[in-house]
Design a protein around this ligand. Structure first.
Ligand code: ADP
Ligand code: ZN
Length: 742
């Protein structure tokens, strides 16, 4: 028998239960393009029930979405096999999946798959055996037996797993099993998916600074209202935003509702878990790719049953079946990793606001450098804005200066200017840390043959292979394909003439090792760590002062706290400014501010030095001036004039196929049939080869649609693409509000 939905049942009292034999409409996780009718099983089923249904010869997972349509012969309609023993999907989540699917133009089946990303939901609750003190003493006492009973005695009424108990007593498991037979040890089954430890919202918290207290009070008032609202919590790195939003989490827990904190990077969770434990006395549930399958299922089930009060996770946690979600925090809300670029193309930040508005929850978008979208929504009054203006305690913003590289003579394989070197030397000498930042993974972006000029490219993509000396391979950053570094040029076969061109993080590390032979150097790049745990350990070591110089990619720009760090040197501040991406300036601004924000997080003032060939570029100047509002205002004006997001709407259409002619033909057909788009005043650009015209052997063609902010874009797009027949080997994907343009 399935559990009754707990909160929204009142509104649905008339229609939320189906008796045996009544028709129900079921969305399955299979791509069928429509709901299927089934008869409710023996014992009936609830609206929203997770069910197993027959589909041809198979059994598939589905959710009871509505009453059946009844347009199929009743006698031939098959029955639901069974309702799964999990809480039915609440109407709030069903509505969210529908609306998110409509917004991103994604079919319901794919949306549903996002909502059931936990293994073994259909399995009966998995059990495990636990052991505690029995009722009798064994007749024959041996030394090992005595140790088992002592261990049980020592822990009072606590129960152990077999492994824990035998280890605590220092005996083999058969000794314990023997005692079970004699009834001296009691064995019982308990469910494996246990609730998470209770978090105590009323544990004493840190005394907040006045601006923090004011911010916390505002956020708590939002939670108390029990209504939807979004707040943009702005404050430089280290201003105490996390401390403030933990107060909102506390208020949410006091109200008996659940909270979700989204983080952009798994490596950040460890520090966050510790802070939750300090604040609430226990750790929250976790949801990200580093969590085991068993733990994922536990989190999924406990979130649905109310056995998890707080979840910290990656963007996909947004699709968990919360029982009563009252607060969602999106930390580092500007981070590009919130945009899913594969499969269902959604932006978790925007979908957070959607879900919260449906379930009457509050949203907190926290950032030192908000996205222009959020900045504009705050300007327009749609979001409340709270600014934490100073760093917590004595920490102050770093002193920021440009190093004009136009006057600096460096050897062809050198990137660290003498001025930057001198500053690094000074830090190392005084026991402080320096960070050298370059936003490029690998050793060198280009490998060129000095004999014939050939550049080694990927066989499947129109991209150059990047040398990764650490892995001793050439890697394509588009498709991930890698090959061993050849000894001879693949084109002219000249021996030993291949040369690395341009800097990557590994090459910078090599230069630093030569320039600073006595310093301890650590290189932080996402592809250099086998596991999230290894990376975590390295980051912890750095925070504790185990290294003098950190060489890093954008991985280090994301919120880590390095108290000893007082100098940041940006090797190439111009890197992000090139390129056709409409957000290039915004990204560069955010990244530079974030990196600079690493310097001087504790009481000592930091310095940030930016090597640039364009010291007069408006973005570089805004960064140096620390003029955030100046930057946003100028950037907003430009985007408004061009009617591009957030002042206009865009959709990218990517067609891909192994056959280049097919994609161009289809693209041209779409461009010709632009009637439905013109009707809403939208324009279509292209088809053009995508900036990366071939990925994994598939040719890619891109069209771009631009419309006014309030145009009904999705409806028009649907009508537009419906006019063409997409050949089976051609893939058409639509990206609403595209973030990257590759
Ligand atoms: P942000 O999230 O804005 O980067 P944090 O909340 O992480 O800032 O705060 C930065 C540092 O200051 C952390 O080490 C945090 O523990 C400390 N901190 C912040 N607020 C307080 C407070 N009111 N009392 C004591 N320490 C605080
Ligand atoms: Zn490739």
């Amino acid at each position: 028998m399935s559990e009754k939905p707990s909160h929204d049942s009142a509104n649905e009292a008339q229609t939320d239960f189906f008796h045996e034999g009544q028709l129900v409409g079921v969305w399955t996780t299979q791509p069928l393009g429509r709901r299927l009718d089934y008869k409710a099983p023996e014992g009936g089923c609830w609206l929203g029930a997770f069910v197993e249904v027959p589909l041809g010869p198979r059994k598939v997972l589905g959710v009871v979405w509505s009453a059946g349509a009844g347009d199929y012969d009743y006698a031939k309609t098959r029955s639901v096999i069974r309702s799964l023993d999990v809480a039915p999907m609440r109407s709030e989540l069903r509505e969210f999946l529908e609306k998110a699917g409509a917004y991103t133009l994604t079919d319901m089946e794919s949306m549903l798959r996002l909502g059931v990303r936990a293994p073994g939901l259909g399995d009966p609750p998995s059990m495990r055996k636990i052991y505690r003190k029995g009722d009798t003493e064994p007749d024959r006492m041996t030394e090992p037996r005595g140790r088992v009973l002592d261990a049980l005695q020592e822990y009072g009424d606590l129960s152990f797993t077999l492994k824990e108990l035998s280890e605590a007593a220092g005996v083999t498991s058969s000794v314990v099993k023997g005692l079970v037979k004699l009834r001296a040890v009691h064995e019982e089954d308990t469910p494996r998916d246990l609730p998470f430890p209770r978090l105590d919202a009323d544990m004493p918290s840190k005394a907040l600074a006045p601006d923090q207290a004011e911010a916390a009070e505002l956020l708590c008032a939002g939670i108390k209202s029990g209504e939807y609202g979004t707040t943009l919590l702005r404050g430089v790195t280290g201003s105490g935003k996390t401390e403030v939003y933990l107060e909102a989490v506390a208020e949410c827990l006091r109200k008996g509702r659940q909270a979700l904190v989204l983080l952009p990077e798994i490596a950040l969770t460890a520090e966050f878990l510790t802070r939750v434990q300090e604040r609430f006395g226990a750790k929250p549930a976790e949801w990200h790719s580093g969590v085991t399958m068993t733990e994922r299922r536990r989190t999924w089930k406990m979130v649905a049953q109310g056995g998890a009060q707080l979840v910290v996770g990656a963007r996909s946690a947004l699709f968990l079946p919360f029982r009563d979600l009252g607060l969602i925090v999106v930390d580092e809300e500007h981070d590009t990793s919130y945009k899913q670029e594969d499969g269902v193309l959604y932006n978790a930040r925007d979908m957070t606001v959607l879900r919260a508005s449906i379930c009457n929850a509050q949203v907190i978008l926290a950032s030192a450098t908000p996205s222009l979208e959020s900045w504009a929504n705050a300007e327009a009054g749609k979001y409340t804005r709270i600014d934490l203006t100073s760093r917590f305690g004595d920490a102050v913003m770093p002193d920021m200066r440009a190093i004009d590289m136009r006057g600096v003579k460096l050897a062809g394989n050198r990137w660290i200017s003498p001025l930057l070197k001198a500053e690094v030397d000074a830090r190392v000498a005084s026991g402080e840390q320096a960070l050298l930042f370059i936003n490029r993974r690998g050793y060198a972006p280009v490998t060129i043959c000095r004999a014939c000029g050939h550049q080694i490219g990927c066989d499947h993509c129109d991209a150059r292979m990047v040398e990764h000396r650490f892995q001793k391979r050439l890697v394509c950053h588009q498709c991930g394909e890698s090959k061993a570094m050849p000894e001879a040029c693949p084109s002219c076969e000249a021996q030993d003439r291949l040369a690395a061109v341009g800097p990557g993080v590994e090459r910078l590390a090599e230069e630093a090792a030569e320039l600073f032979p006595d310093a301890r150097i650590a290189t932080l790049s996402s592809d250099m760590y086998g596991s999230a745990r290894a990376l975590k350990a390295e980051i912890l070591g750095i925070a504790e002062g185990a290294v003098d110089i950190i060489i890093g990619t954008q991985l280090v720009a994301k919120g880590h706290n390095f108290p000893l760090l007082t100098l940041v040197g940006v090797i190439d501040a111009d890197l992000g400014l090139q390129g056709s991406d409409l957000r290039a300036a915004e990204r560069t601004f955010q990244l530079m501010r974030q990196v600079a924000g690493r310097a001087g997080r504790s009481s000592k003032r930091g310095t940030a030095l930016m090597q640039t060939y364009q010291p007069d570029h408006p973005v570089i100047r805004a960064i140096l001036a620390g003029d955030e509002n100046g930057f946003w205002t100028a950037e907003a004006a430009e985007r408004r004039a061009a009617t591009v997001p957030p002042y206009g709407r865009m959709a990218g259409i990517i067609l891909s196929s192994p056959d280049v002619q097919d994609v161009f033909d289809l693209g041209a057909a779409l461009a010709r049939l632009d009637g439905p788009l013109r009707q809403i005043g939208a324009q279509v650009f292209g088809p053009a080869p995508a900036p990366i015209a071939r990925v994994r052997g598939r040719h890619r063609v891109r069209l771009l649609v631009k419309a006014d902010k309030n145009a009904p874009l999705q409806r028009a797009l649907k009508a537009w693409v419906k006019q063409v027949k997409v050949p089976t080997h051609v893939r058409l994907s639509i990206d609403i509000d595209p973030q990257s343009f590759y």
